[in-house]
Write a protein that binds this ligand. Structure first.
Ligand SMILES: C[S@@+](CC[C@H](N)C(=O)[O-])C[C@H]1O[C@@H](n2cnc3c(N)ncnc32)[C@H](O)[C@@H]1O
Length: 433
């Protein structure tokens, strides 16, 4: 059993904190024993005084060597081997996860000494202390909070205390990285959605996303740790290249709201559509190029709104994207060539969608497809279909990223002289938890 003795002037406070929750249960199951010891109990004067003035003058009092020594000696006499003694001090080396590992795995008995007042008589430190540990570059009133932090960090690495080593091996600082962001239910909270990668059910994709986020977070927040990382593997080099590319792309606002479009949104939608038409034209895609009237335009938006099928993504008061999510059978999908649909079950179709140019590459289009999936499930429908032009690689990439699969080719109605052929995609939407 791993043992930690804490010498302190406040044994009840420290003991209470360390007997809660996981550490409390570990002690009940005999993986661990943490005991606190009142330094005052080891004084020889009537007043149980443990401190006196500093030689040489100055403010405050100093914890005397003798009561500390007597307490420490008592603990050593009771111990089976020689305990490792740590003095918590702002003058010590800053505590890290590597120290927690070392203390947990190279020792089985720690004595943690909490100073108070202006500090501790140096002679006790010289005679009894094996190492001094600091919690950080700041000064606390006493060593108790630091001792509790060290005891907690060490204890959770003691075999048996946590259910499985993976509980701590995936955490921040284990391999020099900070942990990736974590999410739990609901999937959308206050307009903020869980990253789509975590909802794919693809274990390898989730692991890749998490490593990428860990690298990004460590680079942004802790360049000192980042500089020490070995990211020479092919996979990590790829992730770094992706992060560099993304760093030059716009950051989405935290709060994005998907709502039904209203007439007042139409001017913004028209200008997004105009930019999308120009983009497609520049990329040689014969889609949305029939100009009389331009497609999509006010009439299409109004008709979609009347059917309650037109939505916008509101990015902090500015329309970032629009889309139409049509219910019911699409006559253009009845005849499919070079493949077939996977299901005849009811489906929704993503039509007439575009992202504002300033949000291209930001992930807003992925968010749009996720909103389609959410809206479909709300309507009790679990199949999503979409089509796009063979040359529209951006749209095909988006559909594939979101798990839609190519099913074959369909024809759509377009003005004379334009290409009516489209590639068709389909997805069974997983229940969002
Ligand atoms: C007020 S502090 C004494 C600070 C001391 N006069 C100095 O300037 O280094 C009282 C006690 O709190 C504890 N303490 C304060 N800051 C700490 C830190 N950053 N890490 C660990 N222990 C700390 C030490 O046990 C210390 O003896």
């Amino acid at each position: 059993m791993y043992r930690i003795d804490i010498m302190t002037l406040f044994p009840d406070t420290v003991g209470d904190v360390l007997s809660e929750s996981i550490l409390g249960r570990a002690q009940e199951r005999d993986f661990l024993r943490i005991e606190t010891h009142q330094i005052r109990d080891y004084t020889t004067n009537k007043q149980n005084q443990v401190d006196d003035y500093p030689y040489g003058g100055g403010h405050g009092a100093i914890l005397q060597a003798d009561p500390l020594y007597r307490c420490w000696e008592h603990l050593c006499q009771q111990a089976e081997g020689k305990p490792h003694t740590v003095f918590l001090s702002p003058c010590g080396r800053t505590f890290t996860q590597a120290d927690a590992k070392r203390l947990a795995w190279e020792h089985d008995h720690l004595i943690l000494v909490c100073g108070h007042y202006e500090g501790v008589d140096q002679r006790f430190i010289d005679a009894c202390v094996d190492e001094e540990i600091s919690l950080g570059d700041f000064v606390l009133t006493g060593g108790e909070i630091a001792a509790m932090a060290v005891a907690d960090a060490v204890s959770r690495l003691v075999p048996g205390v946590l259910a499985d080593p993976s509980c701590f091996e995936n955490e921040s600082h284990w391999d020099g990285l900070l942990e990736y962001p974590q999410y739990s239910r609901p999937e959308v909270w206050h307009g903020m959605a869980v990253p789509g990668e975590l909802l794919t059910g693809d274990h390898a994709a989730v692991e890749r996303w998490r490593r990428k986020q860990s690298i990004a977070r460590t680079r942004a927040r802790r360049p000192d740790l980042f500089d020490k990382l070995d990211l020479s593997s092919k996979e990590d080099q790829k992730l770094l290249a992706e992060l560099d590319r993304e760093a030059s792309q716009p950051l989405l606002p935290e709060k994005i709201v998907c709502r039904p479009a209203v007439e007042a949104d139409i001017p913004a939608m028209e200008s997004i559509a105009e930019a999308a038409r120009a983009y497609l034209r520049e990329h040689g895609v014969d889609q949305w190029q029939d100009n009389d009237p331009p497609y999509p335009s006010r009439a299409h938006f109004l008709a979609d709104m009347a059917r309650r099928e037109c939505f916008v993504l509101d990015c902090g008061g500015e329309i970032g994207a629009f889309f139409t999510l049509a219910a019911g059978k699409d006559p253009n999908y009845a005849a499919i060539t070079d493949g077939k649909w996977a299901s005849d079950a009811p489906y929704v179709t993503l039509h007439r969608c575009a992202v504002a140019p300033q949000w291209r590459g930001s992930g807003l289009s992925d968010r749009m497809v996720r909103e389609c999936e959410r809206l479909a499930l709300e309507r009790g429908i679990c199949w999503l279909r979409a089509d796009t032009h063979k040359k529209n690689k951006a749209m095909q990439g988006l559909l594939r990223r979101r798990g839609l699969q190519y099913r074959g080719n369909v024809l759509v109605e377009v003005a004379e002289g334009h290409d009516p052929r489209r590639v068709a995609y389909e997805k069974r939407i997983r229940k969002q938890r």
